[in-house]
Structure formats: C-alpha cells, structure tokens
Design a protein around this ligand. Structure first.
Ligand code: ADP
Ligand code: MG
Length: 750
C-alpha cells in the first residue's frame, strides 16, 4: 500500500461560512463555493492507494455460503442450503446454531452491534442496531445473540408509512430474517455492525415493506415456470429464480455547489437554472475519459462494494456532463434488490469522502439528460441456466419462445401496472422527455424475433430472416444468433439478446416494486400458457409442437399491438400507439390509480403476492409520497425565489436605475432596455410567486388522489412559471450578484 499525494487540504475547504449578499468584500455563498471548488485546497488530501488484488477482498465482509460451510455443522449447513438455493421452508431449529456462528464471525471482524435491515415503502433502507453485549449482575458483560434475535426483531417502525395498514396504537411491526440474502458487515471508522437483511411485517402478517412481496412473487414465478418446464420434460424441480441486473445512472457534483443550492439539498433537484451554453451536444462526455477525482471515487466505491460481495462489473461516463453509470453482474432478484440499496448508499457515502455529492434524482438538471435505472430481468435455474437465452437447439428454442410469448402477453395485459410501478414525482420529469422511454409501455423484440413470431402467427415459421427454409413447427426453428444484434434505446421494455431490460425505472427508486410487478405478471402469463399447453397436449408429448403453435398464434393475435421496434421518442409513435389503443399515462397522477384496477387486485391476490389491503396501502403511500414531494418543492421554489432571486434582481435593477439617473444628470443618454427588461421580469417573478402561493393555499385535500391531481395540474405548472422568470433573470442579472451556482459551474467544474 502506498499513498498517492494530492495537494494539502486547507481548513477552509468545506463548510465555508455563509456570507451575505454581494455588497462589500464578503463573498456570496455561490462565490465561496466556486473559490473552494477551484482551489486545490478543497480536494481530498490523500488517497490511499490499495494494491491488494480485488479477489483478496471480494466478499470479505459477507457471511457467505463458504463461511457457513466452514463454521456450521455439516448437517446444519446442508439444511440451510436447501432454503437458500431451493426455496424450501426454513427450519427454525437451526437458528441458534447459525446465530452463534454469525456472532463469532462478526465479532472477529470487530462488530459490537447487530442490525436488522429492512426496506420500508419509502424505498429507503432502514436499520435498527442492538448491542451484542448485555450487562450482568456482577458488573461484567456477556455477549449474546440467540436464534430468536436472529430470526425476529421488533423495531419501533411506527413512523414508516403503511398506507393505513397499521394505526399507531397497534404499531407492532416485526423484522424477520431473510436467509436468502446474506448477512454482512458494515464498516465505520469507529466500529463495525453485523447487518441482517429482513422482511418487515405487521403483527397480523401484512407486508409493510418492499422485500416481502419480492420473495412472494419469486415463489409464484417458480411454481408456474415448473409447469412449463415439466411439459418440456424437465422435472428436476431446480428452483426457477428471477434474476436482475440493474444499471444505475447518477451525477457527481462538487459538494460545495451542493450545499450552496437549497433546492438540491432539500429536493434533490434544481428548481431553477439555465441550460449551460455548452451542454451534451458534443457527445464528448459519453464514454469519454473518466476525470481523475471521479475515477478515484469509483475505485474506492467499487472496493467497498466488492467487500460486500456486490459484483460490480462496468463503469463509464454517461451522456450528460457529470453523469456516470455503474452496473453489477446479475443476481437472484431478491439479492439484487438488497444489493442495489447498498449500492446507492455506498455511492453516496464514498462520494462525500471525495468532496462530491452523488445525485440520484431522475432529473437533477432541467434540459440536461436525467438518470434512470435499467432493470435487466430474466429467469433461470441451476439446471436450466438462463431461460431467456434462445439456446442452440430447436428444442431450447421452442421453450424460449413459450416464455417469450408469455412475457409479451404479460406486458400487453399489464401496461398500466408496469407504468404505475415506475411512477414518481422525479421520474415524471424524465419519462417521455426524449432521453428516456416514453410513458407508453411497449415491447421491443428486434427484427429477427419479431419475424419469427409473425411467421408463427401466420400459420407456422417457414423461413427465418437469416437462413434457409423451414418446415412447419416450432421445433425446427433455426438457432438464433447469441446476440440478437439490434438495439433500441428508446423502448421501455426491450429484449436484449438473453434478457429483457425494463428501462423506465427511475434512478432513485428501489427496484423491488418493478421486480414484483414483472415477476407476478409473468407468473400469471406462464400460468396461462401452462394451462393451455396442458389442455392441448392432454399428457401426450407428441402434441406439444402443435400446441405451442396454437398457443403462440393466439397470444400474438391478441397482444401484438404491444410490440414496437421503431423510435419510441417520435411523434408518430404517440399517434400510432393511440391508434393501437395502448395506454399513455403521462404523469404519476395518471399512472398510480392503475394500482386499484380490478385486474391488478385479482392478479396480486391470486398469486399470493399482495392482498387487497396490502396493495391499497401501497397506492396510498405512493400518492402521499408524490404529494409530499411536490409540497416540499413548491415551498422551496417560493422561498428561493423570494429570498435569494428577488433580492438579487432588485439590487441589479437598482444599480441600473441609479446609473441611469446619474448619467442623465451629466447629460449622457443611457439605453434603458436592460433596465426595462429586468423590471418586467421582476414583475413577472412577483406575479408568478403570488400565483403559486395562491395555488398552494388552495389545497384540495379531499383525498390523496384528488390532491395528486391538484399537484400535477396546478402546482407544478405554477412552479414552472416562477422558474421561467428566474431563468430569464439568470441570463440578465450581473454575474457577481447571482446567488445560485449555475448549471455551467456545477456540471463542468470537476
Ligand atoms: P448495456 O449497457 O449494453 O445494457 P451493461 O453491461 O451496462 O450493458 O449492463 C448489462 C446488465 O444486464 C448488467 O447489469 C447485467 O448484470 C445484466 N444482465 C445480464 N444478463 C442478465 C440476466 N440473465 N438476468 C438479469 N440481468 C442480466
Ligand atoms: Mg442496458
């Protein structure tokens, strides 16, 4: 290990005192931020250069299977593996033994506490810490951690939103150990904590969290997938798991700018700001050389993630200046969802260390590309491998086509649900903004796959786009090339050669909701396919090909309107989608009510994923979150406009007016164009603030849904009107008087 030298850090590096105004010699907050950022003194002092090979620390902080194998009695280990790998019921009798081994392992790594980690409906990660140590009567201490403490905890989670499931008077909520997601050590300079991923349920057994439905939906998908596999002669029962690999986009800006922008600090996005003169037009940032400070950050973030057993694989610059992406290898959906939460936390934590803030809002800067999270999804098992890989043999192809058809049907039937699970105040600024998929849900298959499906629909695939003539029957389809080749970045749900990529997910979101939706709608469709094939074959496997032909034709007959391979950003697609009768739910207020559609209620209830009450609680919670977010933003917009922008504008107005008067006195004509423009904009600013305040006072609190409509139709447009005045003022007010760090400064000073 050696230390790379960076310039020394001065004491004024961070937390610069909040200076007032532009008068006198004191700097404005913005100017102090710029001086701090541009001075070397603000850079991290030294970066530890770690030359340990990655494989030496990979998973060192995880209670992995191999740690368990070393530390648990053979029988215990074997039994626990059955739960982890095959989804079998956990034997609670094992808990004491596992708890003991876990505690010893964690204490050897310096842990003093353990924490049940859970995932409330806010999409955040929650933790409750307890010490291993208990005092004894003789004044010493005992380290304790029983099976009961491992299996179940009772955090006082009564402040988390539950959408009406629990009233505070019966606020008991339990955290239950999820053995399928490995425990890990969280490091802190002052100690370490053993973290145990858990489900969070009410005392009546209702899911209060994001994890429980993921686990239930995985179980549902497995049950249905086994039926199709059986028809193809695979009866080994190996658990079919959904897999997920989320690509995370984020922005990095210097912390000094972050703290000088109350909107970023409180809302995660800028509510004001002109587009920078040089934006992303040159495409010189995308996949360009990664700036040194950022690369140093990435190295450390990846090292931390590796220690946690999170298999990060790729990193690169994204399209917008200051925007980056990180993607892990795929894992089973439940583990991927937990890891994704840890990934977001780790990126934020490590960025701080490097003097930067990591922004995960979907649209931190208007007019600049926003951030999403592509959730790559597939299903597979230990014996089948990836089941969305077309495979080399016709037999594999046929099975692949059945699953693919099931997915097409699922997306067609549940467009509204898929749109609802990516709905948030932040994502509304991104979806449909010519940088992200439109709010219309469609599916991209690529030319070759579309062609094959078209032929099946037309009575049997006879030829393929690539090779020779085929006879009727799906089992004689040619093997598909491994990489289907064509790509379509404009599709919200795209087949990418061996998986589907759900691209409409927001960068800030937990991926659990989208995974639950995908798993469940696909389970339902696979159920439909299995039932149909079972009926048509009636136990006679020689009838399978004909049955598949019939099944796929019928699905395509009904659902092919959902398939779209063209440009999802184009005007024509919006018109065409309308003609096809596809949903176009443009905003969260339009999309969330899909969660109360009867077919969605029936779907979740039938597969035991969410009861009606649980589903309704989610609708309530997400509406509430949307409403609160817009409230906070509107309050911030008024405050910033009133106490930062307005004073700057009138100071400048005053300076111009004074100049004008003074010059007139000595007989010099002064062109008042600028003064007039500032005066008009100041008026526009005052009026628009007034309108916004009025709209905010006119709260329509009838029900959360009505309130969401009001936020969407009245408050957000009123905020935009304020923004228009502010952004125009930014282009005219003297630079030294402008209080907020500009887009140019935040995005380009690294
Ligand atoms: P691209 O930018 O071309 O989409 P990346 O390499 O950035 O490719 O990301 C691909 C993502 O797809 C990774 O997160 C990877 O884990 C994921 N992925 C690959 N195969 C599967 C699979 N079978 N199931 C789920 N996710 C997958
Ligand atoms: Mg991708």
């Amino acid at each position: 290990m050696s230390t790379a030298s960076l310039p020394p850090q001065s004491s004024s590096a961070s937390g610069s005192p909040r200076a007032t105004g532009s008068s006198g010699s004191s700097q404005s907050t913005r100017q102090s931020a710029i001086s701090a950022v541009t001075s070397y003194a603000s850079r991290p002092q030294s970066i530890e250069f770690v030359d340990t090979p990655a494989q030496d620390y990979y998973s060192t902080n995880v209670f992995t299977k191999s740690v368990m194998k070393d530390r648990l009695p053979k029988e215990t280990y074997k039994t626990i593996l059955k739960t982890i790998d095959a989804g079998e019921k956990l034997d609670p009798a094992l808990a004491d033994v596992v708890a003991m081994a876990m505690k010893d392992w964690a204490m050897e790594k310096g842990a003093t506490h353990y924490a049940h980690i859970f995932y409330p409906l806010t999409g955040s990660t929650a933790e409750k810490h307890d010490s291993f140590l208990s005092p004894t009567s003789d004044g010493s201490t005992l380290s304790e951690f029983s099976g009961k403490q491992l299996i179940q905890g009772e955090p006082d989670g009564s402040s988390f939103p539950t959408g009406g499931i629990r009233v505070t008077s019966q606020a008991r909520g339990y955290t239950i150990w999820d053995v399928t997601s490995p425990a890990y050590i969280l490091e802190n300079p002052n100690g370490t904590t053993l973290c145990i991923p858990t489900a969070f349920v009410s005392w009546t057994g209702e899911a209060l969290d994001k994890k429980t439905p993921v686990l239930r939906s995985m179980q549902a998908l497995n049950t249905q997938a086994q039926r199709v596999l059986k028809l193809f002669g695979h009866s080994d029962g190996a658990f079919v798991s959904s897999t997920a690999g989320p690509e995370q986009e984020y922005f990095l800006i210097d912390r000094h700018f972050y703290y000088a922008r109350p909107d970023l600090l409180n809302a995660g996005r800028t509510l004001f700001g002109c587009k920078p003169p040089k934006g992303q037009e040159f495409d010189d940032h995308y996949f360009g050389a990664i700036p040194e400070r950022v690369l140093a950050f990435m190295h450390e973030a990846e090292r931390e993630l590796f220690k946690l057993g999170i298999p990060v694989k790729t990193r690169h610059n994204e399209v917008a200046p200051g925007q980056f992406e990180i993607a892990p290898m795929f894992e089973s959906a439940n583990v991927a969802a937990d890891h994704q939460q840890q990934m977001m936390q780790t990126l934020k934590k490590v960025a701080e260390k490097y003097g930067m803030s990591c922004l995960m809002h979907e649209k931190p800067f208007a007019g600049v590309n926003g951030s999403g999270k592509h959730v790559n999804w597939s299903l597979g098992s230990s014996s089948q491998g990836n089941m969305l890989d077309p495979g080399d043999t016709p037999h594999e192809n046929a099975q692949f086509l059945v699953f693919c058809a099931a997915i097409i049907r699922a997306v067609h039937h549940h467009q509204g649900l898929l749109r609802a699970v990516v709905a948030s105040a932040g994502n509304d600024h991104r979806l449909g903004a010519n940088e992200a998929p439109p709010a219309i849900i469609s599916i991209f298959l690529g030319d070759q796959l579309t062609d094959i499906f078209e032929q099946i629909k037309g009575g049997g695939a006879k030829e393929s786009l690539n090779s020779g003539t085929l006879t009727v029957g799906v089992d004689v389809l040619p093997p598909f090339p491994k990489d289907a080749g064509d790509r379509n970045r404009t599709s919200p749900f795209a087949f990418t050669g061996n998986r589907f990529e759900f691209r409409a997910v927001g960068s800030n979101q937990s991926i659990a909701g989208p995974l639950v939706a995908m798993n469940t709608i696909i389970a339902e469709s696979v159920d439909f396919c299995a039932t149909k094939l079972e009926e048509l074959t009636a136990g006679d496997s020689s009838k399978l090909n004909g049955a598949i032909q019939t099944l796929i034709s019928e699905i395509l007959e009904e659902c092919s309107s959902i398939i779209f391979n063209g440009d999802g950003y184009s005007e024509e697609w919006h018109a065409e989608a309308e003609k096809r009768g596809l949903l176009n739910l443009k905003t969260t207020a339009d999309a969330l009510p899909s969660l109360k559609a009867v077919k969605v209620e029936e779907l979740f209830e039938k597969y035991g994923v969410l009861s009606k009450v649980e589903l309704h609680s989610r609708l309530e919670t997400y509406l509430e979150q949307y409403n609160l977010t817009v409230d906070v933003e509107a309050n911030l917009a008024v405050k910033i406009a009133k106490i930062m922008i307005f004073p700057a504008a009138v100071r400048y107005q005053n300076e111009l007016a004074t100049t004008c008067t003074n010059l007139k006195q000595v007989g010099i004509e002064f062109d008042t164009d600028t003064l007039d423009a500032v005066t008009a904009l100041v008026k526009e600013l005052q009026d628009s603030i007034g309108t916004l305040e009025h709209a905010m006072a006119d709260e329509n609190a009838e029900c959360p849904e009505a309130e969401a409509r009001h936020q969407c139709d009245v408050i957000l447009p009123a905020m935009l009107a304020v923004r228009e005045a502010v952004d125009q003022l930014e282009g005219i007010v003297a630079d030294d008087m402008w209080p907020l760090p500009t887009y140019q400064e935040m995005l380009f000073i690294k």
